[in-house]
Design a protein around this ligand. Structure first.
Ligand SMILES: [Zn+2]
Ligand SMILES: [Zn+2]
Length: 365
């Protein structure tokens, strides 16, 4: 997508109508239907089931598989993603993947399609209201262009999205006794919720949250967004290590997409899962902590910053030692692994302690 300006970009009125009407029907329509007819157990169940299936097709499929190639999977799983992903009505894999790779490459700059510097509302939804270039070739995503399933989905994405996204829940609703109930709960309400939770990653997760892995861009780790988006809210990690199949790397971080991908591997349907070594991740956290400390030092906090630096140096030494032990462990085995883990844990503790001290330092000291 060309960066353009609001003056030079043409509005896409079909999309604008779609993105204005679907929330109205999805929320007001569903509420009115529930008020008039009550609701049956299967209606919220249908909503949740399709929310989960379509959601994971966007996060584990569109995003982590097609846009980032963070793992490989069986064509049957790809077919699942391209069908349920199209039901999200967020464009084809080809267009979505291209936009998203441009977002990563030019994050926070003019060429970033959902550049947060143009405002939260722009990054959330306004960017969709404008037409991209008509002669888009998708030469920037040659791997996706070569994929026949992706090409086929690109040609029929709107049709699959409407027939599957609205027709399928209507059919299920009809079988359960209310076609309209199925259409509203599993169709419109689900589309709107999947839309806006996905968009939260581009808006909220670029505005609010922490930046433990890099401060070079606006992406943030936001656990609330992760809760709504199958784990995509750990966006600071993701921008630092976009090829990693995980976004929430700690066991307690809510990232169902990561568990889904691991589940596929157990079933023999996915392989080649790419993950960043713990040492590399910790090094980025330490560098970010060091940069934060030095920016405070520059502000004239000479005395207390020395104690912070002391902890950061200790973390650095522990990490260097861990790197040596890691190399040894690969050759020798068990005992070194234990020592490696101890040194890595020590590095984390020292880095965390330094950040705690930095956080408790009064401003301008
Ligand atoms: Zn982003
Ligand atoms: Zn991404």
């Amino acid at each position: 997508m060309s960066p353009g300006t609001l003056e030079t970009q043409k509005k896409d009125w079909t999309r604008i109508a779609f993105f204005v009407l679907t929330p109205l029907i999805g929320t007001v329509g569903t509420a009115a239907h529930a008020w008039r007819f009550g609701f049956r157990w299967w209606e919220p169940a249908l909503f949740l089931a399709l929310y989960a299936l379509v959601g994971v097709s966007v996060t584990a499929g569109y995003h982590r598989l097609f846009a980032h190639r963070s793992y490989e999977c069986h064509p049957a799983v790809q077919a699942f993603y391209l069908f349920f992903g199209a039901m999200a009505l967020q464009n084809s894999i080809l267009a979505w993947g291209s936009d998203h790779r441009i977002h990563h490459r030019y994050v926070d700059r003019d060429w970033d399609p959902y550049n947060i510097q143009r405002g939260g509302l722009w990054a959330h939804i306004l960017w969709i209201f404008y037409k991209g270039p008509a002669d888009r070739t998708f030469d920037d995503v040659p791997d996706l262009k070569r994929n026949r399933l992706v090409q086929w989905q690109h040609r029929h994405a709107s049709l699959i999205g409407i027939v599957g996204g609205l027709g399928l829940p209507t059919l299920i609703g009809w079988a359960m006794g209310s076609a309209l109930g199925g259409l509203l709960w599993g169709g419109f309400l689900r589309i709107v919720v999947v839309h806006h939770t996905t968009f939260f990653v581009n808006s909220i997760a670029h505005l609010y949250g922490s930046r433990p892995y890099t401060e070079a861009n606006s992406a943030r780790d936001n656990a609330w967004v992760a809760l709504l988006t199958n784990g995509e809210g750990y966006h600071n990690f993701h921008h630092r290590f976009p090829a990693d199949f995980r976004n929430g790397i700690r066991w307690y971080q809510w990232d169902p997409s990561k568990w889904w991908i691991r589940g596929l591997r157990v079933l023999g349907l996915a392989r080649g899962l790419r993950s960043t070594p713990a040492l590399v991740i910790e090094r980025s956290r330490l560098e970010t902590a060091r940069a934060r400390a030095e920016s405070r030092a520059g502000a004239g906090a000479a005395h207390p910053i020395e104690a912070v630096r002391h902890h950061l140096d200790a973390a650095h030494h522990a990490l260097e030692r861990a790197a040596v032990l890691w190399a040894e462990a690969r050759e020798k085995g068990r005992r070194s692994w234990r020592e490696y883990r101890e040194q890595l844990a020590l590095a984390r503790r020292k880095r965390a302690e330094a950040l705690r001290m930095l956080g408790s330092m009064p401003e301008g000291v």
